[in-house]
Design a protein around this ligand. Structure first.
Ligand code: MN
Length: 137
């Protein structure tokens, strides 16, 4: 079973994501952590197929956590999707510059995110059967 790692410090957003995985038939398991520091350890250990990264976190923030993940050979190829309430001009560009390849704005729309996750996992499965390498971003 593929793992998706969520880094999120807000309880209601964690619940939204957990519900998506419980009720929307997403073929992956969700592991959630609340800090960037913990994410760095767990990403190496779990080798998730995808990381969902809240940008505003206590301690090291999501942008810096993403930059560290992207510098580490053990985690640099794992796609990171930013999840953020930041809606200022330039924020998406900053997230992409840090290494995030998708940008999801809060409030998280559960059905839409579930669809995007399903599409992502379908494409991943296709690439595996075609023996393609993991998507880089
Ligand atoms: Mn947060």
């Amino acid at each position: 079973m593929n793992t998706i790692l969520l880094i999120e410090d807000n309880f209601s957003n964690i619940s939204i994501l957990e519900d998506i995985f419980l009720f929307d038939d997403i073929p992956a398991r969700l592991v959630s952590v609340e800090t960037g520091e913990e994410a760095l350890r767990r990403a190496i250990e779990l080798q998730p197929v995808l990381i969902l990264m809240d940008l505003r976190l206590p301690g090291i923030d999501g942008l810096e956590t993403t930059q560290i993940l992207k510098r580490n050979p053990l985690t640099k190829d794992i796609p990171v999707w930013a999840i953020t309430a930041y809606a200022m001009k330039g924020d998406e560009e900053r997230a992409r510059a840090a290494g995030c390849c998708e940008y999801i704005t809060k409030p998280v729309h559960a059905l839409e995110l579930a669809n995007r996750l399903r599409i992502f996992l379908d494409q991943l499965k296709q690439r595996e059967t075609e023996t393609w390498t993991r998507q880089k971003c």
